[in-house]
Design a protein around this ligand. Sequence first.
Ligand code: HEM
Length: 408
Amino acid sequence: MTTIEPVDDLGYDAIEASAMVAGDFRNPYPDLAAARERHAIQQGDFIPDIPRDPDGPQSFTVYSCELVSQVLRDNHHFSSQVYAEMMGPVMGHSILEMDEPEHKIHRALVSQAFRHKALARWEEELVGSVCDDLIDRFADAGRVDLVRGYTFPFPVQVIARILGLPRADYAKFQRWSIELISVGWDWDRGIAASQSLRDYFKGIVDQRRKEPQDDLISDLVCAEIDGQQLTDEEIFAFLRLLLPAGAETTYRSSSSLLFSLLTHPDQLDAVRNDRSLLPQAIEEGIRYEPPLLFIVRSALSDVEVGGMHVPAGSVISVGIGAANRDPAKFKDPDRFDIFRDAKQHISFGFGPHMCLGMHLARMETRVALNRLFDRLPNLRLDPDGEDVHVHGLMFRSPKTLPVLFDPA
Ligand code: HEM
């Protein structure tokens, strides 16, 4: 398979860019816990220095699991349109920023492509081979940075294969994807990549309209409910949404899960020796270190939240990370424990916009870790590696994961 390094010939390093976007914030959880203990909802922002127009809408932040679930469930009072300003210029009008009834219709159309049968086929035919191709490149070396060599590239390559892109195009697709994902760091580059992806997808969508094939783009082109189909622009917006929504989240969550396991060797051994523990390890990894700490809504009308009056138009930061560590829901929440009782976390969101790709994310993470454990015996953190840690405030993951293993 054609792959490219995350560094281009002009020295643009996608992993550096991605780390910059996340920011160098090591552990926000004590401050999140203190904020949640003070008030389940607060007026203002947790994240310092968010630029806000003093004459613009008021801002609020919710921290408790109960209020986070309430806001995400209630799409009569809370809107997702707030994403149009933040992501619209790069993505187009995608389901992420739609409210009902438009959202429900579009989500039903695109979710046809994510049905269980497709998932089983992707697992069998494509995720394992993406992982094997990547591992082949370092299995002899006995050492690798797992972020650079594995967790960063695999989700984009899975998406490329699911979309049915020609192999010869993988390298340029990966480049544009990385640039689009890094838009928070380099806006102009992100916008240019968004335009390139649109032009590129146009050719493929035209082709699939004439001659549908067995891939996700053909499914999107053919999807129909009550005679309604997706337009080209709607398909482009959805395809571009899949990159930040599907690739960036999965790269960050699988990196953080590996970090948690590598720094808890007893739990790593338990999973390595009994792979049936992988699904619960994945859930705990995503609860403990979600790739996104906050998502956003705006108030459609005046509304009471946790006893506080929130005026229409207010912007509400929804604290997924704080909710996942709420002791009212999770016992001893700051402990990474793959054996804890299963309870629903909020890392995939909640309510009508709950992650459309969560089953894919779980499946690809399970396959990726299984392949690593099968092929890299004695996998462990490199004791001489630099100070490895999860960092970031809006997005979180480790920047590097230097590991040693017994070479093939
Ligand atoms: C661990 C990995 C992932 C995490 C933590 C995650 C998290 C989330 C969250 C929190 C939302 C809700 C956003 C909101 O309500 O404002 C969301 C929505 C979404 N996710 Fe994921 N996601 C992951 C993987 C994926 C994958 C692999 C895909 C597809 C390839 C995907 C596609 C989507 C889409 C299309 C939406 C929008 C759904 C809607 O608006 O109705 N995600 N995701």
